[in-house]
Design a protein around this ligand. Sequence first.
Ligand code: GLY
Ligand code: MN
Ligand code: MN
Length: 430
Amino acid sequence: MRYLPIDPVLFVSNRQRLTVLLKPQSLVVLNANDVLPTNADGTMTFRQNNDLFYLTGVDQEETRLVLFPDHPDPKYRQALFLRETSELIEVWEGHKLTKAEAEATTGIPQHQIYWTAQFEQVFVQMIFEAERVYLNTNEHTRAIAEVQSRDARFIAQFRQQYPLHPLERLAPLMHQLRAIKQPQEVALIQTAVDITEKMLRRLLGFIKPGVWEYEIEAEMMHEFLRHRSRGAAYSPIIASGSNACVLHYIDNSALCQDGDVILLDLGAEYANYNADMTRSVPVNGRFTARQRAVYDAVLRVMKEATQMLRPGNLWDEHHHEVTKVMESELIGLGLLDRHDVAHQNPDAPLYKKYFMHGTSHFLGLDVHDVGNKYRRMESGMVFTVEPGIYIPQEGLGIRLENNVLITETGNTDLMARIPLEAEEIEELMN
Ligand code: GLY
Ligand code: MN
Ligand code: MN
């Protein structure tokens, strides 16, 4: 892996914290993600299953973890299965984890680490002592379910092979755990944020009229990759002028024009953790008065929204409060009429014409990280805060996005060092 080694204490303690949530006599199975195909014999870059990574730190395909904390024989209280290497694999793909390396990564002792071919033989020593089995599914509310994961295939196979074992959903427990970041995880997110900061500072010296959006993307990748990142945390959005009004614009193919604002929604990945930043900057280094007015309106909303990310608050209520601030800013900009807003249909509020997405989402191993939106905010949660105003008729879209850690007393902005005020952006561009 190109990232620096992670202290296995994180993964040992994550497994312990999961153990506490399990019902008695439970067995848990987690599977790696697949190496996904492209065309012919091509494959996409491997991306580990985040729950498996969270519990092991193993970043290798075909890995499987079995936990059974109440097994009468301590030897079978956990089992890690690894893809066994061969001369052929060493030659074509390179190094795979040895058991000693896997122990150093995971904190699982070598006598509980096996090759995948040994799975059935070890699993039968465990399964018949278990009263219930937790299996993993993707319960993200916006999950794409078209591809059957290894976890999904394992569930089907398990049901056929062991039809009388009751199944439990692992996902709610993983969401509960992963919503609260451990200090080591916050440090990893902060590393991704710091790489993102270096990238933005580089971009502010590069952007000028006549550069292409994809040239900016190339600069971004250069800066990410030279800092041990695997690249972008998500498809980068580099959207100049009216492209910024297309929320998921990822073509990044246009020429940056003098007088336009360019929206940059860019974040680095580091050790599978993510940053998610947006800045909107003037292509020629100076905002017009109108652009500046919209920018400052978004910035005021962002500052108020950040203030309201505090322990005890609810995600939905937070967004609702933010939309009220946004409403008054949109009136101030002359985009909405005060009288119309007072008489609007509450089911179709007028601000949605200019601010049509959410204010915040959980951030961590996933960019839109898992977590329950009905759970009150708690110390250790990490959220984005990302208001925006999009005005297609003016060829202008401005969004600002930072990453915020909830603390006991309020919050810490993990992006506090990244330039945000319009003056600072202009200064750095000139
Ligand atoms: N970059 C994805 C998001 O802001 O949610
Ligand atoms: Mn973003
Ligand atoms: Mn975001």
